[in-house]
Write a protein that binds this ligand. Structure first.
Ligand code: SIN
Ligand code: FE2
Length: 223
């Protein structure tokens, strides 16, 4: 008997594709498709605890602009920006207290993803948590406030899909555009560590995990 797959089945697969697979992005960079899908509800529960102590806020760039992405942090240090510049700070400027500690499920996911992408030594001390509302975007930038560039960046997408821009070491290199779905993890390190990257303006939608938003967890070895 010949098994014929119906077009409807194909459509269903593309809507709810939870198969884990690795897609190379550049040297030292890969997308781990659906790597965080199974853990996503646990990650969201941990996030709610973080938010109770350190809520999302729109920070100000050194140039005086309000960022469209709302941010908070957990871990020993958090990434912050204000009129004086970008930096990692051990305390949350809103509360004056230490950032909430990195939850175990965050740590486990980040280290297993890094290892799966070829970075078994990764030990993040910081997680920047980004919330994108429709229209929010992140312009092309390099992650360069970390003390060393020896460790990779591990970036976890949850909720609404987004177009991720991934370029080269120079701003003028035209970035690739890749769609990131909930559960996808991007890892970039080694020769790709200083790659310019960003996120295109978020389209409206409603996702069972996050509602009207996209959440991104970005793990770094910052200190
Ligand atoms: C970032 O570069 O900090 C965030 C990337 C993303 O939201 O996917
Ligand atoms: Fe970044």
């Amino acid at each position: 008997m010949r098994i014929v797959k119906s077009p409807t089945a194909d459509l269903f697969d593309s809507l709810a594709d939870t198969r884990q697979r690795t897609e190379p992005l550049a040297e030292g960079a890969a997308i781990l498709r659906a790597f965080a899908t199974a853990d996503a509800p646990t990650l969201m529960a941990s996030l709610q605890e973080i938010l109770a102590a350190a809520p999302f806020r729109h920070m100000t760039t050194p140039g005086g602009f309000r960022m469209s992405v709302a941010m908070t942090n957990c871990g020993a240090a958090g990434w912050v920006t204000d009129l004086t510049g970008y930096r990692y700070d051990r305390t949350d400027p809103l509360s004056g207290l230490a950032w909430p500690p990195m939850p175990q499920p965050f740590m486990r996911l980040a280290t297993t993803a890094a290892a799966a992408a070829g970075f078994p030594e990764f030990e993040p001390d910081s997680c920047l948590i980004n919330r994108y509302d429709p229209g929010a975007r992140l312009s092309l930038h390099q992650d360069r406030n970390e003390r060393s560039d020896a460790a990779p960046i591990v970036s976890v997408s949850l909720g609404l899909p987004a177009v991720f821009l991934f370029g080269g070491a120079k701003r003028k290199e035209r970035p690739r555009r890749v769609l990131l779905a909930s559960g996808d993890v991007v890892v970039w390190g080694g020769p790709s560590r200083m790659a310019f990257h960003g996120v295109a303006a978020l389209a409206e939608g409603n996702h069972p995990l996050t509602g009207l938003h996209r959440i991104n967890l970005t793990f770094r070895q910052a200190l």
